[in-house]
Design a binder for this molecule. Structure first.
Ligand code: NDP
Length: 494
């Protein structure tokens, strides 16, 4: 085993006494601190401050001031330019950001480099391109003219103001930058509250934003716990909440935002995503892609499948081949470039996944995997389970881990009924060469995204979001613009 060398700049950053990033400056605060743990070694790598009401108010005040002054006076062209410059700096500091992510999330280093950091730059550039393309419309009113007067009307899109961005721990840099990109390109400013488990990469990114020429106060980061997030949602001047996280927290936040004078809210929440393997699928062809999509980042991806539906005629072959493939997955240190599977990201999440594995072991539901790996670090095996019917908690509840069920089906009707038997509706996939059948099934599937012969692929040009309890609103494409802007109508008599 050989691990990548930690950069000196990363060591220095870890050793800092981190505070918040407010009005373009690292702000040291004397607050309760939380230790950041490397999930592969269980060692403390750094610590962060727990933001209180006063800290949040200072960050929101800075963002509001920057919204009214600095960012409002920055042309749309310059906004795009500065986001592109930030993307350049992300690329220049790619290894540093990737190592910070790996050390605090247990994400494989090659995934941190090639997915998280590389895609962060791709998304920032995509959003940068929108800055000069956001526009209203002209309309022709139908009011009758009594004395020869005429009417015209048009609409303009204006930024909503200060956005609260609440970010989960699984892809904090990338998801944080989805929110930054959406806010900044539309002319909004933002206060981010990263997860208490993975805070460092966004703190570093905020510094890079200043280097990119983004004015002080346009991006602020307040660190801390869920309580810090609460202060942020309820702060004066917050005009939109963009939340990514679990369903219970998302629903509570949505209700609260509504009570706060109808603050806009978009919610990207969890899933219990289905992959349907139809009778004609060639398993040897599809399994590498399907399993990669399933176990990427140890299954801690909201869009990844947790339920495999396999046509009865392929069930035994599928189970045998998936078992064989899972046994080949090399589990190891996330800093070792040859590892294929690392630890779960944090201890509470490890306990949650362990709880589901205990249930599966007690009920004799494990087909392969199912064990916690003894020793240091939050490692569990990638796991394939059979379920006891569609009301089995293992079929119903999101594990957000490398735990996937396999269920046989006979007819398309049965498949659709079982796939939709869920409170979630984030993503789904169909694996087949029968495109006509796939096209007939797609409209019947209750999910915000459906893939054919692929899964867990997000692209900035394709809208992303959930139906049912998986969320509200859409990110990316032109779909985000509605959420970050107000449409103002203007009518003129002349
Ligand atoms: P949580 O809902 O626990 O937390 C998400 C964020 O909200 C964190 O920053 C958290 O802070 C903060 N938070 C927690 N409680 C509150 C509160 N009462 N008020 C304001 N903020 C609060 O989710 P996880 O971080 O555990 O993320 C995993 C979940 O996120 C899974 O369900 C997953 O499916 C979903 N997810 C969805 C995605 C999507 O795009 N649809 C993408 C990624 C994840 P702290 O961490 O400090 O507690």
């Amino acid at each position: 085993m050989s691990e990548v060398q930690i950069l000196a700049s990363v060591e220095t950053f870890l050793q800092r006494q981190h505070g918040h990033f407010i009005h373009g400056q690292h702000l040291e605060v004397d607050r309760r601190r939380i230790e950041l743990i490397n999930p592969a070694t269980e060692q403390v790598v750094s610590s962060i401050a727990v933001g209180n009401q006063q800290d949040v108010d200072a960050a929101v005040h800075s963002a509001h001031d920057a919204f009214l002054n600095a960012w409002a006076n920055t042309s749309s062209y310059e906004r795009g330019q500065k986001l592109n410059k930030l993307a350049d700096l992300v690329e220049q500091h790619a290894e540093e950001l990737a190592q910070l992510e790996t050390l605090t999330t247990g994400k494989l280093i090659h995934l941190a480099r090639h997915l998280e950091v590389a895609q962060t730059a791709v998304f920032l550039r995509y959003f940068a391109g929108w800055a000069t393309k956001i526009h209203g419309q002209t309309m022709q009113p139908s009011i009758p003219s009594m004395n020869g007067e005429k009417y015209t009307a048009y609409s303009i899109r204006q930024p909503v103001g200060v956005v609260a961005g609440i970010v989960p721990w699984n892809f904090s840099l990338m998801i944080g930058c989805w929110k930054i990109g959406s806010a900044l390109t539309t002319g909004c400013t933002i206060v981010l509250k990263p997860s208490e488990f993975t805070t460092l990469s966004l703190l570093r990114l905020a510094e890079l934003a200043i280097e990119a020429g983004i004015p002080a106060g346009v991006i602020n980061v307040v660190t801390g716990t869920g309580e810090t997030g609460q202060y942020l949602i309820n702060a004066n001047h917050i005009k939109k909440v963009s939340f990514t996280g679990s369903v219970p927290t998302g629903i509570a936040i949505g209700q609260q935002a509504m009570k706060n004078d109808l603050t806009r809210v978009s919610l990207e929440l969890g899933g219990k995503n289905a992959a349907a393997i139809l009778a004609d699928a060639n398993l040897d062809e599809i399994l590498p892609t399907l399993l990669q999509a399933t176990f990427v980042h140890q299954g801690q991806v909201c869009a990844a499948p947790e339920r495999f539906f396999v046509h009865q005629s392929k069930y035994d072959e599928f189970v045998e081949k998936v078992t064989g493939a899972i046994q080949q997955i090399k589990i190891g240190s996330p800093l070792d470039e040859s590892s294929m599977f690392g630890p779960l990201s944090n201890q509470p999440h490890f306990e949650k996944v362990k709880h589901y594995l205990d249930i599966a072991n007690q009920n004799d539901q494990v087909i392969c995997g199912g064990q916690v790996i003894q020793g240091t670090g939050y490692f569990v095996e990638p796991t394939l389970l059979k379920v006891q019917g569609i009301d089995d908690p293992l079929f119903i509840e999101e594990t957000f881990g490398p735990v996937v069920d396999v269920i046989p089906f006979e007819s398309d009707d049965e498949l659709i009924r079982m796939m939709n038997h869920s409170r979630f509706g984030l993503t789904a996939s169909i694996w087949t060469n029968d495109l006509a059948k796939a096209l007939r099934l797609i409209p019947q599937i209750e999910a915000g995204s459906v893939w054919v012969n692929m899964h867990t692929f997000l692209d900035p040009s394709v809208p992303f979001g959930g139906v049912k309890a998986s969320g509200l609103g859409r990110e990316f494409s032109d779909a985000f613009i509605e959420d970050y802007t107000e449409l103002k109508s203007v009518m003129i008599r002349y």
